[in-house]
Write a protein that binds this ligand. Structure first.
Ligand code: 5GP
Length: 192
């Protein structure tokens, strides 16, 4: 997705060999026009698939998730990372190790919003080791629902998440794939 690539080149900040900061359009300030295009692109890529819900994880998955759900005309659910007082019982819970925070969170989704028969598109901002995506997929499967696919805004292709998810049988669609962040520079996968 050229628009997104250009944005990563212009505004992405390489924090280390494995962390990319994109807080000017995705992780803090969010670019609504770009998110609209992200939603359109995921919808185009999964055209022909019946999707009943979009599932993401707070907080940075919410913008691409909601724009995709808007485009598909279905609800979006975000998994919570912190226990909510109003969300105590009847929840699906999975443990997810956070790549950026380096701690394990229990992510939760109310049983009210996912049910057997749902066909779910998982959306997230980044893919690194696949922890978040696998955790979300396990929640879908706990509900007896089906994962139609996984839509990722930025995949770091030098980390194992994409390969592990594909090996587990999930269809992964990444809008940009970063091959390397070495020497403070973003190299995209198709340029190597
Ligand atoms: P994974 O669960 O695949 O190991 O990592 C993906 C999650 O960690 C995403 O939800 C994202 O929030 C965060 N993450 C992983 N790598 C990066 C990165 O390079 N930059 C940012 N901003 N977030 C990342």
């Amino acid at each position: 997705m050229k628009l997104l690539k250009d944005k990563v080149i212009e505004e992405g900040i390489v924090l280390s060999n494995n962390v990319l900061k994109v807080d000017s359009f995705l992780n803090h300030q969010m670019d609504p026009e770009l998110m609209k295009e992200v939603g359109r692109e995921f919808t185009r890529r999964f055209e022909g698939e019946r999707i009943t819900k979009v599932l993401t994880i707070e907080s940075s998955g919410i913008a691409p998730g909601i724009m995709t759900a808007l485009e598909l005309g279905v609800p979006m659910i975000f998994a919570r990372k912190h226990k909510s007082l109003t969300l105590k019982d009847n929840i699906f819970v999975e443990k997810v190790y956070s790549f950026t925070k380096q701690e394990t969170n229990e992510i939760t989704v109310s049983k009210k919003f996912l049910e057997a028969g749902d066909r779910v598109l998982i959306v997230d901002d980044f893919l690194a080791n696949g922890e978040a995506a696998f955790g979300l997929a396990r929640i879908v499967e706990q509900a007896g629902a089906e994962v139609v696919g996984i839509g990722i805004v930025i995949e770091k292709a030098f980390q194992p998440g994409g390969k592990l998810l594909a090996e587990a049988g999930y269809r992964v669609e990444s809008l940009v794939r970063v091959a390397s962040l070495e020497e403070g520079k973003v190299t995209f996968a198709n340029e190597v």
